[in-house]
Every structure is written in C-alpha cells, then in structure tokens.
Design a protein around this ligand. Structure first.
Ligand SMILES: O=C(O)[C@H](O)[C@@H](O)[C@H](O)[C@H](O)CO
Ligand SMILES: [Zn+2]
Length: 313
C-alpha cells in the first residue's frame, strides 16, 4: 500500500492508553478515550478545538454519543455502563448515572472495547486483570450487548481481551477480535434480534505470519477490515472474505490500539495508540506514543460514521 501519509495530530491531546476512536458525524468531531487516564477526549479537525473530561471513578474504555441528546454520552467505567452528561468543554462531567454493571462474578475484570451496531444497540466485552504484558488473568472476559429494550445479553465468554468489533454493510456478519486468539472471527448476525451464530475464523494472524496483538478494528466501504496491531507498530488491511492481508500501514510507535474512519468524506483513518506497556527504550525513542494519528490517502473510505446509542438512559 503506497501513497498513504501518517501524521500525529499536534493539536489533539495525548493519552496514556488511547482507545475507542468514534467519528461523531453530528458534530464533525472525533471522540476517543484514555483508558487508564480515566478520560474522554474530543477533537474537532476543522477548528482544532479539543477538550478532555476526566472521570475519576475508574478506567474508561469507550465513549458513544446518545442519539438525540447532544450532551449525553455512553461511557464504560471499570465494570459499569454509565451515561455521562458533558458540555464538551468542562474538565468534569455535569453528571454521571450508572445504567448497568457486568461481571459481578469477577470483580477484578473491566469492560474493554465496545461500540454500537447500526440499530443503536451497544456491544461491549470484558477482560481480566492485566498488570503487565503477558500477565493477563486469562479467559475471564464476556461479550455483552445492551439492547434498546434495556436487556443485557451474554453472547460469548472465555474471552481473554474483548477487543475490535465491526459489522458488514448489510448487517449480516459481525466481525470480532479476542486479542489473544490472534484471530478475527466472524459471526452470522441478525440485527433485529441481536443474535450471533456460526462463529468461524475470518483471518488468522499467526497462519498469515502477521506478528503483534490484534486490537481495535473498523470496516471500509469495500467490506474490508482495518485492524490496529498492539505491539505490532502497524494497522493491517484485511479482506475477510478471502482471509487474506491486502495491505499494511506502518506507524512510528509500537502500540497501535484502535482505528476509525472520519472526516466529512469518511476518507481519513484516525488511529489511537498507547504509552501503556511500552518498554523504557521505546518510550524514550518514540516521541509520538500516545498521539492521535490521522492517515490520509489510504485508498478506501469508511463504511459509516460511528453509530449512536439508542437504548434507555
Ligand atoms: O487497548 C486495549 O484494548 C487493551 O485495553 C490494552 O490493554 C491492550 O489491548 C492489551 O493490553 C494488549 O495486551
Ligand atoms: Zn483495544
């Protein structure tokens, strides 16, 4: 893949563990979190406006706007799903309200990656305690959905690190990453009922000789996947139908965590990354660690902007 250009966005606030980028088309802004920075960030590319709101209660792993309520956002804090009221400027939320708590059976778990499907249903998964690279409390994660009717449904368990999620344009397939499987899996998906079935492998990192840990993910208008590779210094472009890698974006820092398309034409790929788990040497030599990146001229456009949450708040 040639001709692409990667830039660390100087005007966007940096993070310790940047994650969960969401293109909010209603406000032409990108939202992203700093998990262990316990914060939500917003950045408006057209004006350079940016802001950060800190939630002291615990790690914040995702942010999704609430449909029709411009100052309300769904966030996850530790094992809670909460609705945050925020004016988009202040350093502290106007209000926080807990909606759901998951994994009471394992209180050292936390919610990790998640996003909404096209119906506005939230999907999010959990992971065990991970004090250091390779020291994860294994197979403790569960994938949940939070429905428009207020239902909380378990879809899969025995997950190591609940990560990337993406749906096809016709919502017939859900792609999913449990990081330490080193795979992208595919499920048949029924968006009306929210039911997943027929889990199979769409792309196997090890079988295809791709090193690193698959992390966050997005899908482009051609139905191909873009997967951030933690400890891999890259984003890989994958054709999930063929189970083949079809491209790669090489970054100047090691721990790329997630990606989303954004911009008015959905032709800019935004990537989050982390200082988290970087070696001392890498931290000293990688000045862009923790940046929000934009990648232009990748040769594809996003399938859609981020979907808002449409459930009860
Ligand atoms: O960003 C995430 O999704 C996790 O929260 C990170 O912690 C890494 O994926 C994990 O640490 C890799 O080992
Ligand atoms: Zn992740």
């Amino acid at each position: 893949m040639s001709g692409y250009k990667i830039e660390a966005i100087a005007g966007a606030q940096r993070t310790y563990l940047g994650e969960g980028p969401h293109w909010n088309a209603q406000k032409n802004e990108i939202l992203y979190v700093d998990i262990f920075g316990k914060a939500v960030h917003r950045y408006v590319p057209s004006t350079g406006e940016n802001a950060k709101v800190t939630v002291d209660a615990g790690p914040v792993s995702l942010v999704v706007p609430v449909e029709g309520q411009p100052n309300k956002y769904l966030i996850t804090v530790e094992r809670d799903v909460q609705v945050m009221e925020w004016d988009g400027v202040s350093a502290k939320p106007t209000s926080l309200k807990r909606l759901y708590t998951v994994d009471d059976h394992c209180k050292t778990n936390r919610i990790n990656d998640g996003k909404c499907d096209a119906s506005g249903r939230l999907w999010a998964g959990t992971m065990g305690y991970e004090p250091a690279p390779g020291q994860l409390d294994p197979k403790k994660g569960t994938l949940y959905s939070f429905g428009l009717d207020g239902s909380v449904v378990k879809h899969a368990d025995q997950i190591d690190i609940a990560n990337g999620l993406a749906w096809t344009s016709d919502n017939s397939i859900f792609y999913y990453i449990d990081s330490f499987s080193y795979r992208v899996d595919a499920f048949d998906f029924d968006i009306t009922s929210g039911v997943l079935s027929n889990r199979r492998t769409a792309f196997d990192f090890k079988a295809n000789g791709v090193d690193g840990i698959p992390d966050g993910m997005t899908i482009d208008a051609n139905g191909n996947l873009w997967v951030a590779v933690f400890a891999g210094k890259k984003v890989v472009h994958i054709d999930p139908k063929a189970g083949k890698k079809i491209g790669q974006l090489d970054f100047p820092t090691t721990n790329i965590t997630s990606v989303t398309f954004g911009g008015p034409n959905l032709d800019i790929l935004y990537a989050t990354c982390a200082e988290h788990f970087l070696s001392k040497e890498d931290l000293a030599s990688q000045s862009t660690a923790g940046s929000l990146f934009q990648v232009t001229n990748v040769g594809a456009r996003g399938l859609a902007a981020g979907f808002n949450y449409k459930g009860p708040v």
